[in-house]
Design a protein around this ligand. Structure first.
Ligand code: NAD
Ligand code: DAU
Length: 358
């Protein structure tokens, strides 16, 4: 694939959380589109990190994986110097709302303390390259919950996080902003809506539904299923981050969204229909017979919606994949990659599952 930008300066990127869902998609995207850039992945390989997500890149020139924690200041100081890093793309986080309700500690540790540690290290990292950039990958959940008639979130919507996860991401966003204003560190924040696609860990709505349909297990829909999310295909998110890295303005925030608001129950029904069409010999057919309404998530945000006009008008990015096409690709990926997801349904995962869906 050819480069998607006219900017041809070599970047040495540190990608934190590059073995997770979005991070690994981003690493593949970057290695395909910018083969001359160096990509160093730093990932602690928590339950959500998976080296199989990067298996095909191992041994490739300009790619390196390091197992480590973003709170490890000595490790990060060393990496920044030895790899001559000029750009940090920061994805590493505890990312699942339900886990943050069960056990918030790790969310404060990684999302707040970890981001702080990276910022401090990067602030002291001598790097006069004009490429110096700290890209902080954040979420629309920091803006809280919308009522049905509210306008979509813009970059100036006040923060109102409702879960320990979103509160910890909000805290990290505030630190990143402060490092720009106080220390002139070139930082950019992106706040993105719900992603979906390949390498998505089974605990999240879309992979969970795909896998449960294939296993003939109940499809647990929280509450009345009327909550709304704004879905974005993960590759479109990667394209948006590419645009922001090459064209974004330090100190700015960019909202990224798919313009695809869907009620949870409608999304689950779409997945059932796709599986009915694409999967041979489903254990339960039609798959919609498996839909089960279960107790609601505490503090469940009603609706998220992103107004992405700033990134569209200022940087020229728009999503390219419709939800119908993206969901079809995703269902096909889960159908063909049983070897990827089956080992993730470990005893530890089953214990988590029982706790949430008891
Ligand atoms: P994920 O949970 O799939 O991956 C997180 C990765 O971070 C894992 O590989 C994990 O091992 C690693 N990690 C966790 N703690 C670490 C630590 N202390 N040190 C080093 N590595 C650590 O998450 P994701 O869904 O890919 O999300 C990536 C980022 O994007 C997160 O910051 C998240 O808040 C943000 N985001 C996610 C979505 C979404 O829909 N998934 C939407 C908007 C923003
Ligand atoms: O909006 C961006 C956020 O999207 C990211 O910041 C988070 O990291 C990411 O996990 C995601 O958060 P959500 O809580 O929206 O995603 P999740 O897949 O957990 O749930 C999507 C919706 O589906 C939500 O309204 C809860 C509901 N749900 C979820 C699960 C796991 C169910 O009804 N049943 C389920 O079993």
């Amino acid at each position: 694939m050819s480069k998607t930008s006219t900017n041809t300066t070599i970047r040495n990127l540190l990608v934190t959380g590059g073995a997770g869902f979005i991070g690994s998609n981003f690493v593949h995207y970057w290695c395909d589109n910018y083969p001359d850039d160096k990509v160093v992945v730093l990932d602690a390989l928590t339950y959500a990190g998976n080296l199989n997500n990067l298996a095909d890149l191992q041994g490739r020139e300009n790619f390196r994986f390091i197992k480590g924690d973003i709170r490890d200041r000595i490790l990060i100081d060393n990496l920044l110097v030895t790899e001559n890093i000029n750009t940090i793309a920061h994805f590493a986080a505890e990312s699942h709302v339900d886990r943050s309700i069960l056990a918030p500690d790790a969310f404060i540790q990684t999302n707040v303390i970890g981001t702080f540690t990276l910022l401090e290290a990067f602030r002291h990292h001598k790097q006069d390259s004009s490429q110096k950039l700290f890209l902080h990958v954040s979420t629309d959940e920091v803006y809280g919950s919308l009522a049905p008639e509210d306008p979509a979130f813009t970059e100036t919507t006040p923060y109102a996080p409702n879960s320990p996860y979103s509160a910890s991401k909000a805290g990290s966003d505030h630190l990143v902003r402060a490092y720009y204003h106080t220390y002139n560190l070139p930082t950019i924040i992106t706040n993105c809506s719900n992603n979906y696609g390949s390498y998505h860990f089974p605990e999240k709505l879309i992979p969970l539904m795909c896998i449960n349909i294939l296993l003939g297990k109940p499809l647990p829909v929280y509450g009345d299923g009327q909550n709304i999310r704004d879905w974005l295909y993960v590759i479109d998110h990667c394209r948006a981050l590419d645009t922001v890295i090459h064209k974004g303005k330090p100190g700015e925030t960019y909202n990224i969204g798919g313009n695809n608001e869907v009620k949870n129950i409608d999304l689950v029904k779409m997945l059932c229909q796709l599986m009915d069409e694409l999967a041979p010999n489903l254990p339960v057919s039609p798959a919609s017979e498996l839909i089960t309404f279960v107790k609601d998530r505490p503090g469940h945000d009603k609706r998220y919606a992103i107004n992405a006009s700033k990134i569209r008008e200022e940087l020229g990015w728009t999503p390219s994949v419709t939800v119908a096409e993206g969901l079809r690709q995703t269902v096909i990926w889960y159908l063909h990659n049983r070897d990827w997801w089956e080992p993730l349904l470990s005893e530890e995962y089953q214990a988590y599952y029982r706790q949430v869906y008891q």
